[in-house]
Design a protein around this ligand. Structure first.
Ligand SMILES: *Cc1c(COP(=O)(O)O)cnc(C)c1O
Length: 482
């Protein structure tokens, strides 16, 4: 059961851990925040962390470690080949997923690289519930085509659907019929779909997809990077499994996959990655790529310290009290913004709170990057750094035209076990102020647009001069406070 507290009838999440190491933060005055975002070309990726108050850019590799993880790191066994650390991690994964084989790699995208190199070729069709940026890059680099099979609720901004990450079975069946099972090297299901707001997949859907794919001899690949949140949501939202242990739900999901890969920058509160399978054939298909790109088979580019931390982190992932904190904080974050009329993705997912930038800045043309403008404006108003997930994160077509994203989102990630509730409350308060003053915020235009992965390095500037009006209004409303 999730632990919560009630104050004046309102529900609050309750942390089942205490903080024993801290990092001091700074909150710059609003004028300095404006200078910092100007220096960063209005791109939050280019801000220096020292200028950021609450870093909600991502949950990747920035989750807080536990005392037990830190302790385990001290007893790591450093050997190029055959270290006891590897044996411990391998045994833990066998228990966690019930799969015999494990190939280590340095992070999630390395697993995607190996899988794509091994199985995707010119003409391959790779269906999935929804894409993730790095997987899309690898599949297309190998000549494959990606097809997304979410139901219509999946990309709806507001919804009551508890499992927006579910695959539409009829669409999968039609695709297999149309393109032929022999052209589909695997189906990829992403637990806790990152790009549509950390939305979960139901156990019923994992099972149905596996049954359909198996009937046609198509392998199912599970991207388990965001599995921890999905485990929480299955217990909380799928009544049939409310009394199941997290360990049993994990095994039931794993039974619906032929291959599981994960980023341990998310799953396991560490930094690394890996691929698991029960098939000897799959293992030998994939094995040779590991020493070629990652490192020897018993470390795969990871440090042994991180491997020890992941081993303990996986155990913590099977403890409800450890995995509930993220989703419960996010639920609070989303519900409080929703109550203030701020347009947010509902129901709350994992990973972070997602603001609908098209709703927030409905006066800004999508070609002037409302999500990017909102990310910059939130930083100026609060010192909180989020990530643009909209048209700016897309790539131009070869003819130079610009595809507009399905959803214009500002993602405010909550790294696990890092922020306190009063920090979340502060972010809500400043975003609420910005919402009341949203007409002051305008769009962005390019100063320098890189041809690939432009959202990482691109430099932009405000269309017009809206940033100064925003800072002036801030001073007027907040006096000399920061
Ligand atoms: C982060 C992430 C990846 C990529 O993992 P990295 O460790 O960042 O390379 C893949 N899939 C999902 C769902 C992710 O969230």
């Amino acid at each position: 059961m999730a632990k919560v507290a009630y104050f004046s009838g309102q529900k609050f999440p309750l942390e089942m851990h205490k903080v024993r190491i801290i990092q001091k933060l700074t909150l710059l005055p609003v004028e300095d925040r404006l200078k910092a975002i100007e220096g960063a070309g209005y791109n939050t990726f280019l801000l220096e962390n020292k200028d950021v108050f609450l870093d909600m850019l991502t949950d990747s590799g920035v989750n807080a470690m536990s005392d037990n993880q830190q302790a385990a790191m001290l007893v790591a066994d450093d050997a190029y080949a055959g270290s006891a650390t590897f044996t411990r991690l391998h045994a833990k994964l066998q228990e966690f997923f019930g799969m015999e084989y494990f190939l280590p790699c340095h992070q999630g995208r390395a697993a995607e690289h190996i899988l794509s190199r091994a199985y995707v070729e010119e003409g391959s069709v790779v269906p999935m519930n929804y894409h993730f940026t790095t997987m899309k890059a690898h599949v297309t680099a190998c000549g494959g085509e990606l097809v997304e099979l979410l139901g219509p609720e999946g990309v709806a901004v507001t919804s009551q659907d508890p499992f927006k990450g579910d695959t539409e079975l009829a669409a999968l069946e039609a695709l297999i019929k149309e393109r032929g099972a022999e052209n589909i090297p695997f189906f990829r299901v992403e637990a806790g779909t990152n790009l549509i707001g950390g939305q979960p997949v139901s156990l019923a859907n994992y099972r149905a997809v596996y049954e359909l794919c198996s009937k046609h001899g198509i392998k199912v690949v599970l991207d388990a990077s965001l599995l921890a949140d999905n485990l929480h949501f299955i217990k909380a939202r799928e009544p049939e499994f409310a009394n199941w242990s997290v360990a049993d739900i994990t095994l039931a999901i794993a039974e619906c996959a032929d291959i599981i890969y994960f980023s341990a920058r998310k799953l396991g509160f560490g930094r690394g990655g890996g691929i698991c399978t029960n098939s000897k054939e799959v293992y030998s298909d994939l094995r040779s790529w590991v020493p070629m790109f990652e490192g020897f088979l018993t470390y795969g580019g990871m440090s042994v310290r991180e491997m020890e931390a992941i081993t303990v982190g996986l155990d913590e992932t099977l403890d409800e009290d450890m995995i509930n904190q993220g989703p419960l904080f996010i639920e609070h974050f989303v519900d409080e913004m929703d109550q203030r009329g701020i347009p947010v993705i509902t129901p709350p997912g994992g990973l972070g709170a997602h603001i609908d930038a098209r709703g927030f800045l409905d006066h800004v043309d999508q070609r002037q990057y409302p999500s990017g403008a909102l990310a910059a404006a939130v930083y100026v108003a609060s010192g909180v750094r989020g990530m643009e997930r909209g048209t700016l994160s897309e790539q131009r077509e070869p003819d130079g035209t610009e595809p507009l994203a399905h959803m214009e989102l500002l993602r405010l990630a909550l790294p696990r076990r890092v922020f306190t509730l009063s920090q979340v409350q502060y972010a809500i308060d400043r975003i609420h102020w910005l919402y009341a003053n949203r007409r002051l915020v305008g769009g962005l235009e390019w100063i320098e647009e890189p041809p690939i992965l432009r959202f990482f390095y691109g430099l932009l500037r405000p269309v017009g001069d809206w940033q100064h009006a925003l800072v002036a209004k801030f001073r007027q409303d907040f006096g000399d406070s920061l």
